[in-house]
Design a protein around this ligand. Structure first.
Ligand SMILES: [Ca+2]
Length: 276
């Protein structure tokens, strides 16, 4: 395990242990760690026995797809429903057996993922998001396939506008990197092929946005509009731009998170997956 990943994994363990008010050897050092400003939005004091940080600790969480919280499936099973654990019930589903992605266990830091075949696998639901200004995270890798692939496409509630379009690759564009659609393809500097990344899209809902990979330096971008999207999708889109790759998690907030909030989510994801 890389040092940085180890530190965050250790920090997460400290938070859980402290929240349970257990007396641990080395607890003196643990108190110092708890004061490090990596996790904001905690409800109350960790030393007072409240619950540890999760992405739901931060206001505005609309969608939380987490492969490690899928229940009732075994390795290799088709995924008919990827349940939203945000509490909002925005589950993504697939009624056609051959178009269901595959649940795979023990893939990323020992945790399961959902695998998409790049042919017809995708999950869908009616458009549901409520704010163009938003922040979206995905933990994803691409393993080949065609030029244009979609990780997640989220449309405006009751409408046909896609406010969030995260692409695993826009190889038809300049660099073959991940990116978004905002009136045209806008690419990050980072390629997803064969590597796990946390990708992050933070937009004011008008034209300004940032693309960030693995909690690195945000890349400032501008766009000129949104996409026509009739159905929200994961692992592909209604135009058959299908993902060949794996998704561990997707998180969507209906507002622009602060830098501290984004750091907290990124660090939590890193503690879960130790993927960079
Ligand atoms: Ca298939």
């Amino acid at each position: 395990m890389k040092l940085r990943a180890f530190i965050f994994a250790a920090l997460a363990s400290v938070l859980v242990v402290s929240a349970m008010a257990l007396v641990q050897p080395g607890g003196f050092a643990a108190k110092s760690v708890l004061r490090a400003p990596h996790y904001v939005g905690m409800r109350g004091s960790a030393e007072g026995g409240s619950s540890a940080f999760t992405p739901a600790s931060i206001p505005g969480l609309q969608l939380w797809l987490d492969a490690s919280q899928i229940v009732g499936l075994n390795d290799g099973d088709p995924v008919a429903t990827w349940n939203d654990v945000s509490g909002n019930g925005f589950d993504f589903v697939q009624g056609t057996g051959s178009a269901r992605p595959t649940y795979k266990t023990g893939i990323l830091n020992g945790k399961p993922i959902v695998r998409f075949d790049g042919v017809d696998d995708k999950l869908t639901r009616a458009n549901f998001i409520t704010s163009a200004a938003s922040t979206t995270f995905a933990v994803v890798t691409r393993s080949g396939g065609s030029a244009f692939q979609e990780v997640v496409v989220l449309g405006a509630s009751g409408g046909s506008t896609g406010w969030v379009v995260l692409s695993a690759s826009a190889a038809g564009g300049a660099g073959g990197n991940w990116g978004v659609y905002q009136g045209g393809w806008v690419e990050s500097l980072t390629n997803l092929s064969g590597v796990w990344k946390t990708i992050r899209y933070n937009t004011d809902g008008a034209s300004a946005f940032t693309l960030t990979t693995n909690n690195g330096t945000p890349e400032s971008k501008t766009g000129s509009g949104f996409a026509t999207i009739n159905t929200s999708t994961v692992g592909g889109d209604e135009y058959n731009q299908m993902l060949t790759g794996d998704i561990a998690a997707i998180l969507h907030y209906n507002r622009q998170l602060t830098t501290d909030e984004m750091n907290s989510v990124e660090n939590w994801l890193l503690a879960q997956y130790a993927h960079y």
